[in-house]
Design a protein around this ligand. Sequence first.
Ligand SMILES: Cc1ncc(COP(=O)(O)O)c(C=O)c1O
Length: 364
Amino acid sequence: MSNENAARRDGFGTRAVHAGLDPDPVYGSVIPPIHQTSTYAQARPGEFFEDYDYARSANPTRAALERALGDLESGTAVSFSSGLAAEHALLTVACETGSHVVMPADLYGGTYRLVDKVMSRWGLRYDLVDQTDLAALERAVTDETRLIWVETPTNPRLSVVDIAAVVARKRNALVAVDNTFATPVNQVPIELGADFTVHSATKYLGGHSDVVGGVVVARDEQWYEQLRFIQNAGGAVPGPFDCFLVHRGLRTLHLRMEAHARSAAAVVEMLRTIPDVSEIAWPGFSGMVSFRHPRAAEIATATRLFTLAESLGGVESLIELPQAMTHQSVEGSTAAVPADLVRLSCGVEDPADLVADLHQALSG
Ligand SMILES: Cc1ncc(COP(=O)(O)O)c(C=O)c1O
């Protein structure tokens, strides 16, 4: 390889297809085997290959996925059994009793529940702030703030937060970004100055609604080591087959994200023509769209191609009502969402079919 080639970083699509994957050295299979094992044979007590002594501690299929995720998110990745397990590990590593965390005022309900109902019992203190209001963010962040948790675009209102502007106002805090809705196709938070990137891999990374998983990507080695430690000590590890599925999903991420955005653009164009539809939100990328409509519940049960279901980011389109479904846990808090809000995850079907389906549901 010439020096010029060695120094050059491949484009995102190339890395998405190849990252973490080397052919199996024994049989040459282009896709390495799924190491579906709980343990590893040792030649003598305590003598084993690399760090492969027990599968909670290490697994080659998981390691391959982590190499790929680290490459795509410009850091070092540690994977978990769900997005919330990843969040829990990150909060556990970054914070201690009494730590102050600044959370977004619009956020995934499960993240709020984890902080409000679980971590606060261990002394975590938090404030909810609209992070698109940088003056409000500045007021909320003090010298004692340990962590600023960013979600962008936010779930479910799809507000876009300026990550670099948050980093510029962080004082002594660490910055973690939930990149589930944007994916590294659209933004790489660590390259914008964040310390951590978190994903529900259940969503766009996996991309096919057939796996639950999570990941934390750390910018610094010191944090990576601590996350690896908690991965083993806490034990919320993903299984080998789940790792394989997420890794396979990653290989088409760039193509899917383009198709999701095409579908969303077509749907938004149609929504703008419907008189009773208000507050249409789409960040201009990704497949997530939200809007308000007085007959929200009726619409959500009248679609044929959009399945009424929680979750998002799969190749098939989904529709849901956050207030009644994914965001029950924020009810009564300042992060509560209106009952007439509809959230769409636009899939990769033919956009014209999605538009027709939603249009008939809105006209019903
Ligand atoms: C933005 C966001 N972050 C985190 C999570 C939690 O991920 P998981 O369901 O994989 O635990 C979700 C789940 O919907 C989410 O939407």
